[in-house]
Design a protein around this ligand. Structure first.
Ligand code: MTE
Ligand code: MO
Length: 259
């Protein structure tokens, strides 16, 4: 151990480390790195070997289920999605997702099928729905693909629809299911979220009748959820204690879809 002279001003006492110590440290560093990589590979292989549950590997589905429990407990009707002034609404509204929007659909012949009980279905025309109290909302529409857009929608609050059609007993059930007239797109929604004051059966966008590709004559707008749940071109609405099938849940997303 000899003092090293760095410059004319300072003299430092540095320890000369012997090379066996360096070698030992190097070996430790490399082996811990190797063990880490091995753990990653084995962990990944294990994950891939798990069975799938509703389109998601079982351990991942477990995490989704856990989050879901957490957030279903949190949502309340006092918690409102942020709203914006009319001037903030985009004039050109993005369009996304065409499942269940098959050709040959005639909006003039459309009736909403409201299944009050098995074997008890009401057929409701769009004019009846437009006659109910109208609510509008400007909010930030969020898609799980990563985009969002402030947009303006109007229609009847689902809770007003429930009052009008005497669905009090039905809305005690846990879920509401909806599907397109061709059954190709479908969602299941917890009743608490469907009765949220910002959830609307929507027939207008930017003060104009809903365009066809945006879900005419009737779509769901549910600001407490991601875009996937805002089903366009609703054909049928029903209530159930069992989870209704859900298009994107079956493809690996979480069922709740809450924000
Ligand atoms: N019938 C139907 N509704 C749907 C979809 C779809 O594929 N089919 N896609 C959903 C998704 S993922 C999003 S982001 C929104 C997009 O609504 P927009 O086309 O009005 O922007 O619709 C939702 N509703
Ligand atoms: Mo989406």
């Amino acid at each position: 151990n000899t003092p090293i002279k760095h410059n004319s001003m300072k003299t430092l006492d540095e320890k000369i480390v012997d090379s066996s110590l360096i070698r030992r440290k190097t070996i430790i560093a490399f082996s811990s790195f190797f063990i880490f990589i091995l753990a990653c590979v084995l962990g990944w292989k294990w994950l891939q070997s798990r069975p799938k549950e509703a389109g998601a590997l079982q351990p991942l589905r477990g995490v989704l289920n856990f989050n879901e429990k957490l957030f279903t407990g949190l949502i309340s009707n006092n918690h409102l999605a942020k709203t914006y002034p009319l001037s903030a609404a985009a004039p050109q509204v993005r369009r996304n997702g065409d499942e269940g929007m098959s050709d040959g659909f005639d909006p003039a012949a459309w009736k909403l099928q409201l299944v009050r009980n098995p074997g008890d279905t009401l057929y409701i025309g769009i004019d009846e729905i437009k006659a109910l109290p109208k609510t509008d909302i400007v909010f930030d529409f969020k898609c799980i693909e990563g985009w969002s857009q402030v947009t303006h929608w109007a229609g009847v609050r689902f809770s007003d629809f429930v009052k009008k059609y005497g669905l009090d007993a039905q809305s005690q059930l846990k879920y509401v299911g909806m599907h397109t007239p061709d059954n190709a797109y479908y969602v299941g929604i917890d009743t608490k979220s469907i009765l949220h004051p910002q959830t609307i059966l929507c027939y207008e966008m930017n003060g104009q009748p809903l365009p066809m590709n945006q879900g005419a004559p009737l779509r769901l707008i549910i600001p407490v959820k991601y875009g996937v749940k805002h089903i366009k071109r609703i054909g049928t609405i029903y209530f159930s204690n069992q989870r209704p099938p859900d298009y994107w849940y079956e493809r690996g997303y979480d069922y709740f879809g809450g924000l």
